[in-house]
Each structure stands twice: as C-alpha cells, then as structure tokens.
Design a protein around this ligand. Structure first.
Ligand code: NAI
Ligand SMILES: CCCCCC(=O)CC\C=C/C=C/C=C/[C@@H](O)[C@@H](O)CCCC(=O)O
Length: 337
C-alpha cells in the first residue's frame, strides 16, 4: 500500500480502526501493524476522537428526535395514504396499522380477489368510507397514474405513499426490476406530483420498501438484491433533492429482515429462483440464523417514520436481533448536493 500518510482522512480512520482490532487481539500476528500503530499513536487518537464524536452526535440527534417529547410528531387522524401491494403480506399489515391510527387508505394491488376480500373486512371494522381498493399493476404506468388520480378524487388529498409492492424472481429478472424498482420510482414521482407544496399539495411522507438485501448482498438473489440496493440509493438521493427543493415531502426507506409472508415461499419455486433454486437451503439457513418477523413488526417502523418529521432520508432497518434501528453513513457517504 502506498504511504498511508498520503491517504484521505476517512481512509486513515478506518485503516487504523482495523489495525487497532489486530492490536486488541495482538498475538504476534499483528506485529507489522503494531509497529505502524506505534509510529502514529497521535493520529489514531485524533481520528478516533473526531469520528466517535461525530457518530455520537448523530446518535444523539436521532435518539433525541425519535420517540421523545422534543421531536415534532404529526398526527395521522384525517391523513390519506396509498399503499401498493396492500392486499397481503407486509402491505396488508401496513394498511391496517394506518387505519387504526385514523388514516384513510387506498390499497392498490394486482391481487383482485384478495384486495376485494380485505376491503370488505376493512369496511366492517372502519366503515366503507375509510378505504378504497384499486386493481393496479405498478409496472403499468397508466394504471399507476390512474390509481393515484382515483385516490385523490376519492379522498381529496394525499399525505402518505407506501411503495411496498415487490416480488422475488431471479428467472424473470426483468419483471423483478420492473415491479421492485421501476414501480417504486414511478410511485415516488406520482406521490411528489400530488404532495409537493409547490403543486398545491400538503406535503407528507413517501416510504419505499427496501430490505436488508438492499444493504448486504444476498448471493442467491442477485437481481432482488440489485432492486433493493437501487431503492435505497434512489430514495436517499431524492430525499436530498426534496430538502434542497423544499418539496415539503419526507422520503425514507425501510429495510426489514425476513418477514413471514408468501414472498418467502418463492424460495422453494424453481420458476422464481431459476439457477439459484439449488441454493434454497442456504437461504433457509439464513432464516434460521437471523429469525423471521411477523408482518406487524414492520408497521411500527412505518408509523415512526410517518409521525417523526426529523428523519428525511433516513434508512431504517428492522431485524429480529436489534429491532428498529438506522443505517449509519459516514460523512463521505452523505448525499452530494
Ligand atoms: N417477506 C420478506 O421477508 C421481506 C419482504 N420485503 C419487501 O416487502 C415488500 C412486500 O413483500 P411481502 O409482503 O413479503 O410479499 P407478498 O408477496 O406477501 O406481498 C406482496 C404484494 O404485492 C403485490 N404485487 C406484486 N406485484 C405487483 C404489481 N406488479 N403491482 C401491484 N401489486 C403487486 C402482490 O399481489 C402482494 O399482494 C416487498 O417489496 C418485499 O421485497 C423486504 C424485506 C423482507
Ligand atoms: C427470499 C425471498 C424474499 C427475500 C425477502 C428479504 O428481503 C429478506 C431479507 C434479506 C436478507 C436478510 C439478511 C439478514 C441479515 C442479518 O445478518 C441481520 O441480522 C443483519 C443485521 C444488520 C444490521 O442490523 O445492521
């Protein structure tokens, strides 16, 4: 490696942090690193102090806003939401969670029978004027545009968009990109069309459903992984644009671990997994290792992001081991304005 003195500061911090790990477990293996550390104890201290203070500041600012009295929390009563893929699974749980908080909800989905059945259940619980089911394929731009228009015509406004619809298909990988990524981008653009204050909208929140597969690549789902990485990148970028452009709309991603829905059944289907079907037991081993949530575990994360106005651009993770927490990005990885 060329002289580390000429490396940028972020590199040197991470380099020394890794070196220090070797030192901590010093067993003679890290002699070369030990000598490096001996040469530069002051720089190490400086980088650790600077970075530690920055990360502490980030943690404090987030914890001081999430869940505390000091953060401004919006009320959901009277708000209007649109949820894609709302007929089953995680989307279905989100629809109920929003309605229990007083929101009116348009659930859009290609699963007509499931969607209509669920609408009937919601009517009995919340009244027929509080929800709307619209048959819609998010890969068809005219259908998606029509679904947003019908929602605003029905309820008068739009405050919350949950781009949740998603599939797992490594064989028909173009379909996976069209549903998970292209559909989400269109849903975000349509949400901004109706919600931006410059357009006469009342502002609000757009929440795009990624996955932990959007943070750590899953070997046997490369296209699914690509779609979920794309959701995070797009969302962090357009959230920054919303800040700069003062849209009045917050945009976030949620990255759950494994959740007990029909999507997990696709692992056992060759028509979904294609050449990766042979590795299905590897994914099942991950489920055993990391655990599987119920869909309702995602709902609290959605509600936190809706009610807390201080988290634009944040990437929420929901895992069995750590619950709701946020991905941390170093200063060099903040959106470039
Ligand atoms: N189940 C899991 O382990 C995890 C799921 N997710 C994500 O959560 C989201 C929801 O997934 P699940 O509820 O688990 O799956 P699911 O298969 O139970 O539900 C997905 C819903 O989306 C609908 N849908 C699919 N294609 C559509 C299209 N073209 N247009 C409109 N609706 C469409 C389906 O009909 C279904 O109602 C997806 O984006 C998925 O990637 C993220 C992390 C973990
Ligand atoms: C299998 C077909 C559907 C796939 C559905 C998913 O999107 C499942 C999520 C994919 C991967 C899950 C990875 C889990 C990772 C664990 O290591 C987790 O505990 C890592 C914790 C990361 C963190 O807390 O920062």
């Amino acid at each position: 490696m060329k002289d580390i003195d000429s490396q940028p500061s972020w590199f040197m911090f991470h380099y020394y942090r890794e070196q220090s790990k070797i030192i901590e477990n010093f067993n003679g293996f890290g002699y070369e690193s030990y000598s490096v550390m001996q040469k530069r104890p002051i720089q190490i201290g400086i980088y650790y102090l600077v970075e530690f203070a920055r990360q502490e500041e980030q943690r404090e600012s987030r914890s001081s806003t999430v869940g505390s009295q000091r953060c401004s929390r919006i009320q959901m009563e009277g708000k209007v939401a649109l949820v894609t893929g709302g007929a089953q699974g995680i989307g279905k749980a989100i629809v109920r969670g929003l309605m229990e908080k007083g929101a009116s909800v348009a659930l859009i989905d290609i699963a007509v029978e499931k969607g209509e059945e669920y609408k009937n259940v919601l009517d009995k619980e919340f009244g027929s004027d509080k929800s709307l089911f619209i048959k819609c394929d998010v890969t068809k731009k005219d259908q998606l545009k029509d679904a947003f228009q019908k929602t605003v015509e029905r309820f008068g406004k739009l405050h919350i968009v949950i781009n949740n619809a998603g599939i797992n298909n490594e064989k028909n990988w173009e379909k996976t990109i069209n549903v998970n990524l292209t559909g989400m981008i269109r849903g975000t653009h349509l949400g901004l069309k109706y919600m931006r204050t410059q357009n006469g909208g009342e502002g609000g929140l757009i929440l795009n459903m990624s996955s932990l597969a959007g943070i750590m690549p899953v070997a046997h789902q490369p296209v699914y992984t690509a779609s979920k990485f794309g959701i995070i990148g797009f969302t962090r970028a357009i959230a920054a644009a919303s800040d700069v452009g003062q849209y009045g709309v917050r945009i976030n991603t949620i990255c759950p671990g494994f959740v007990n829905t029909d999507l997990l059944q696709t692992i056992d289907k060759e028509e979904n997994m294609g050449e990766y079907f042979q590795y299905r037991d590897n994914i099942k081993a991950m489920m055993d290792q990391y655990g599987i949530h119920e869909p309702t575990s995602v709902v609290q994360g959605v509600i936190d992001l809706i009610e807390n106005e201080n988290l634009n651009g944040a990437v929420m993770k929901i895992t069995v081991s750590a619950g709701i927490h946020y991905e941390e990005y170093g200063p060099q990885y903040q959106p470039k304005m």
